[in-house]
Design a protein around this ligand. Structure first.
Ligand code: PMP
Length: 369
């Protein structure tokens, strides 16, 4: 490790939670309730699967290096120009690339405490300094553990190159409105790049004031959005994310993009998935319904459930959290521990299907008894 660069020496690898591959082999997939990774239990559109099958005859060919068809479909969907879109091998890759492109040693990057873990990784990998701003308190009346946008704006200094915001945020599930973001952007100098990670945007209720920052792009050329096919589209296995922003910034990002970073079957499947809005709406509607039902069920057990506009819930289990988590794993129920985020009394629970949630609650009742 001493041979690594100073930035990398400070890094800890991204922790994806339990070794699910080993657990599936040991216990059998049918005996597991996997609610640790915020995956979409309804899976992708059947059209996405068909598109992959059609691609199998072209596996010896490199994919379209520009991903032009998928970009065109995304541009049409979001009402932007194709030059405003950059594709990534998951939005994780794009976040890392943002750090590399816009920040370096001596620069500062600002994000909220409990902000998505990759923001810190991207900063450290770039050798820049992270300014982590305290979140709103856990007993805040409006948005407990949410981003404190005023404090984040105040933390921006002459050295700040990047601000990472997530709306809604993982692992808190918290969100903020477009007006709050507009007020924030007015306080931040144009030289500072503001990244809005909208990985869960499709899952927010229309009336929740968690609307996408997309309409603000025109007035704020320093604003960049990241999205993913991993969540609402149910395609986490394909690893496709995208960034939307001003053509100039997208062009600079292109310089550090790996050639052929999105594979052919993935490009075709995502394009097909975009064409099946009905499937997307079905998954989001079921998720919203199950999110409310699961939150109510957990609340009835005396557990504190934080507000969420995503496909997961942050839940407080108190000082026995580690024990409870281990007892659940022993019953094949996998949730995500939050110690790494500094929330050791919480677990993050992905909202599953009716059946998965029922099995989770049954195991929890045994464990809590
Ligand atoms: N942003 C947020 C807020 C996330 O929760 C995740 C996935 N956990 C990602 C980005 C990365 O997703 P992907 O790389 O699959 O697009």
């Amino acid at each position: 490790a001493s041979r690594a660069s100073a930035g990398v020496q400070r890094l800890r690898a991204y922790d994806p939670g339990h070794d699910l591959v080993a657990m599936r082999k040991r216990l059998g997939e049918a005996n597991l309730v996997e609610l640790g990774s915020n995956e979409n239990p309804y899976g992708p559109s059947p059209a996405a699967r068909d598109a992959i099958v059609a691609q199998l005859q072209a596996l010896h060919r490199y994919p379209d290096p520009l991903g032009a068809d998928l970009k065109r479909a995304l541009a049409a969907k979001h009402g932007v120009d194709i030059a405003q879109i950059l594709l990534g091998n998951g939005s994780h890759e794009l976040l890392m690339q943002l750090g590399q492109v816009f920040a370096g040693p001596g620069d500062e990057v600002v994000c909220s405490r409990y902000g998505f873990a990759v923001f810190a990784l991207a900063t450290q990998a770039a050798g820049a300094t992270l300014r982590m701003v305290d979140a709103l308190p856990g007993d805040d009346a409006t948005m407990p553990l949410g981003h404190d946008l005023d404090a984040i704006a105040k933390a921006v200094s002459a050295r700040t190159k990047l601000v990472f915001l997530a709306n809604p945020n993982n692992p808190t599930g918290t969100w903020f409105g477009r007006q709050a973001l507009a007020t924030f952007l007015a306080q931040v100098p144009d030289e500072v790049i503001v990244v809005m990670d909208e990985a869960y945007a499709e899952m927010a209720d229309a009336d929740a004031d968690a609307a996408s920052a997309l309409p603000l792009l025109g007035a704020h050329p320093n604003l960049l959005l990241t999205r993913t096919f991993s969540k609402a589209y149910g395609l986490a296995g394909l690893r496709v994310g995208y960034l939307i922003g001003a053509p100039g910034l997208v062009a600079v990002m292109e310089r550090l993009r790996e050639s052929f970073n999105v594979n052919g079957p993935a490009l075709a499947a995502c394009e097909a998935a975009l064409g099946d809005e009905e499937h997307l709406h079905m998954a989001c509607a079921r998720n919203a319904e199950q999110r409310a039902a699961l939150a109510a069920q957990l609340g009835q057990r005396g557990l504190r459930v934080y507000p969420s506009q995503t496909n997961f819930l942050l839940v407080e289990f108190g000082p026995r959290t580690a024990r409870i988590e281990a007892d659940l794993v022993a019953r094949g129920v996998v949730l995500r521990p939050m110690g790494g985020y500094g929330l050791p009394h919480c677990l993050r629970i992905t909202v599953g299907t009716v059946d998965e949630n029922r099995r989770l609650l049954a195991a929890l009742d045994e464990v809590l008894a």
